[in-house]
Design a protein around this ligand. Structure first.
Ligand SMILES: O=C(O)CCC(=O)C(=O)O
Length: 172
């Protein structure tokens, strides 16, 4: 199995719990990304929904992820901004990783919940782990949509995870 973290203590915690908490961006970098987020918001094309894929669903999406934005130029711009800021720090922690997705996530205060899920499997997880870096740009709490994790749940569910594949977590 390929190593994920350069630090052995972090590696062991990550393998056991599926997550670690570490200091990440400086307050200057947070301010820069926040300013960029609001300044570029008018370029967003709005979020793609099931109807855009001619898929019938009564599930309402209540949050914005850049990943599902209709404007691919905007997505590319956001990817570049975020990865540029993050890569300075990523190499302090992770062992030879490269970014494949970068998102701003905006949740509404009333009902913007992101449902329980495990991220898509982007690699053969017998050989390596993929990593999501979640970094709030405002103080986050239960009221405004912090992230909650279930320690140790990362190796418990399906290996094949992606779009159009029913999640084992769907009924929970
Ligand atoms: O912020 C959330 O609630 C979920 C975020 C998430 O799924 C991710 O960053 O991969």
């Amino acid at each position: 199995m390929r190593k994920t973290f350069t630090d052995q203590g972090l590696e062991e915690r990550f393998q056991k719990d599926g997550y670690v908490e570490v200091p990440f961006l400086t307050s200057k970098e947070v301010e820069m990304l926040k300013t960029y987020y609001f300044d570029s918001l008018n370029e967003s094309g709005g979020r793609l929904g099931p109807e855009d894929e001619k898929h019938q669903s009564n599930q309402e999406i209540t949050y914005d992820f850049t990943f599902i934005d209709k404007n691919s130029d905007y997505k590319q711009q956001v990817f570049d901004m975020i990865t540029n800021a993050f890569m300075k720090r990523v190499d302090d922690y992770l062992f030879d990783y490269k970014p494949i997705i970068a998102n701003f996530i905006r949740k509404k205060e009333d009902g913007g919940e992101v449902p329980l899920h495990q991220n898509w499997a982007f690699a053969d997880e017998h050989k390596c782990a993929t990593v999501s870096i979640w970094c709030p740009l405002v103080d986050s709490n239960k009221e405004n949509g912090t992230l909650e994790v279930v320690p140790g749940s990362h190796k418990r569910y399906g290996e094949v995870r992606g779009p159009m594949i029913k999640s084992e977590l769907a009924g929970i």
